[in-house]
Design a protein around this ligand. Structure first.
Ligand code: SAM
Length: 270
């Protein structure tokens, strides 16, 4: 079932390039002879790019099987019928490979308490909760339907006691977490892109991040649009460009952007 607009750029810079190369292939076919060297060069470039994600996934530790169940449920849900104020779509799910990357980060920084901003169907939430050393995942989500959608999967994975879903606007919930005096070793920001600068600042200003803790921000390359703009993709890019600038200039953190999927930033508190 496709629930994406037809002019969709792809979910990552690599998918965007792949689509561009496919279009270039079609254009060349109309003007060059089939034996032209341009076709073999293009075909090699496409093979390198299109094979990369699958190869990386096959050679990484398999992600928990419950994620496949959840992703099947995501793909067969009629999201438009949910009637959410937020436009929900299957490609909001970061997928199994990225869930594995997050779990590796949690293990590497010894995270016990994790805050997630933007849960969607809960695949990243459940994957992080399944890390044995993780004691609690607090996940902030605007849409109440998603809490009910995810609950049976959390129960089936046996981690419902580790997960605390807070429904509401994350801008407000972050203030509540501050009032409750909570602190986290790892924060994963993956909600509305326009909210990223506020989320990033609030976490540091409210003291929600433990010393040496990490903030992980998803989609910080945003299909390449911060540096290679595209007319169909201005939604959210301002928030991403702003948070990338903020993180780089905030002397409370060291920052690196990794070209994983749609770009993942790690900001580690000094
Ligand atoms: C990209 S999805 C999260 C994906 C999830 N982390 C995963 O990988 O499966 C973004 C989620 O953020 C939620 N969201 C958007 N704006 C929000 C807000 N202001 N407060 C809380 N959640 C919000 C959306 O409803 C959506 O479920």
């Amino acid at each position: 079932m496709s629930q994406q607009p037809t002019d969709w750029l792809g979910d990552t810079p690599a998918e965007r390039i792949s689509k561009l190369l496919a279009r270039l292939d079609t254009k060349l076919a109309a003007s060059l002879s089939p034996g032209d060297e341009a076709f073999s060069l293009l075909s090699e470039a496409r093979a390198v790019l299109d094979g990369m994600d699958g190869y990386m996934e096959q050679h990484s530790t398999p992600y928990p099987p419950i994620l496949d169940e959840m992703m099947r449920a995501i793909d067969t849900t009629e999201w438009a019928a949910v009637g959410s104020e937020i436009t929900l779509a299957p490609n909001m799910c970061a997928g199994g490979y990225e869930a594995g990357v997050l779990c590796m980060m949690a293990k590497m920084c010894g995270a016990r308490r994790i805050l997630e901003i933007g849960m969607f169907a809960g695949t990243t939430t459940v994957a992080l909760a399944l890390v044995p050393e993780v004691e609690q995942v607090v996940s902030l989500e605007y849409e109440p339907f998603l809490r009910d959608f995810a609950k049976p999967f959390f129960e089936r994975a046996g981690v419902e006691d580790k997960i605390d879903v807070r429904v509401g606007d994350a801008r407000e919930t972050l203030k509540v977490l501050h009032d409750e005096g909570l602190g986290f070793d790892m924060v994963f920001i993956d909600a509305d892109k326009g909210g990223y600068p506020t989320y990033f600042k609030s976490i540091l200003d409210f003291g929600l991040l433990a010393p040496k803790g990490i903030i992980v921000l998803d989609n910080t390359l945003y299909k390449g649009t911060p540096y290679a703009p595209h007319e169909v993709f201005d939604d959210g890019v301002a928030g991403i460009s702003e948070v990338n600038r903020l993180a780089r200039t905030d002397d409370r953190v060291d920052v690196v952007i990794l070209p994983i999927r749609d770009g993942i930033t790690i900001a580690r508190r000094r």
